[in-house]
Design a protein around this ligand. Structure first.
Ligand code: CA
Length: 229
């Protein structure tokens, strides 16, 4: 279910918007001042934000600009003053759309749906563009060369990244240290198969919850390692 945040200090308007959106199957949260609206937008994940311009605390421009520094959640700004619309455009605060009050609630619902659909298309095209491997809590973005463990980014050296990616791309297959060394390190690189052991240890420290009981990279005694799926 998509979640909508309404930041609006006029209670009656906020309630009408909420009713219509809920009837269309959205989950709605209302914040009635700028400061708590901004806090909610930053700390929680909403799919779209309906933001009034004139608010006690932070105003809508300020909120929109600050959200845009870190998030690209769609934002529809609303104002009772036509001049505000020009200001929203002119200031480049990063809003996706704007509406002048009073507007029909069904028009609002239609715009919310349109923006959500557009945003979903955008997100899925980004996902397709990046070559991503996801195995349980681990997400390896091969294009950006980034690794996330339960949503948190972990830093990997080039070889650690290559080794983890190689194992994850060949799940459940056992590789000897020799095979892994040949695969990841080029012939002239200094080091030997002990390098593999050291790198496996480093990777485990970054991805495993308990390195003494590895859930991802398993040691097959006397043979080598495998990425368990
Ligand atoms: Ca207001």
């Amino acid at each position: 279910m998509s979640r909508v945040l309404i930041v609006e200090d006029e209670g009656s308007i906020a309630e009408i918007e909420k009713d219509y959106l809920e009837l269309s199957g959205f989950e709605v949260v209302i914040k009635s001042d700028g400061t708590s609206g901004y806090k909610a937008a930053m700390e929680e994940d909403y799919d779209i934000i309906i933001l009034d311009v004139m608010l006690p605390g932070m105003d809508g421009y300020e909120i929109c600009k600050s959200i845009r520094e870190t998030k690209n959640t769609p934002i529809i700004m609303v104002s009772a003053k036509k001049e505000d619309i020009d200001k929203i455009r002119g200031l480049g605060v990063g809003a996706d759309d704007y509406m002048t009050k009073p507007f029909s609630p069904s028009e609002l619902v239609a715009r919310v749906k349109a923006h959500l659909a557009r945003y979903e298309r955008l997100v899925s095209s980004v996902k397709e563009a990046n070559d991503v491997i996801e195995i349980r809590g681990i997400k390896i973005d091969k294009t950006a060369r980034r690794v996330f463990v339960n949503g948190e980014e972990r830093m990997f050296t080039t070889k650690e990244f290559d080794l983890l990616t190689f194992l994850a791309e060949n799940p459940n297959r056992v590789f000897t240290k020799d095979e892994l060394f040949k695969e990841i390190w080029d012939m002239d690189s200094i080091g030997d198969i002990a390098t593999v052991t050291v790198h496996i240890k480093k990777i485990r420290e970054k991805v495993e919850f308990d390195t003494s009981k590895p859930q991802y990279i398993e040691t097959i005694w006397g043979v080598g390692y495998r990425f368990k799926v």
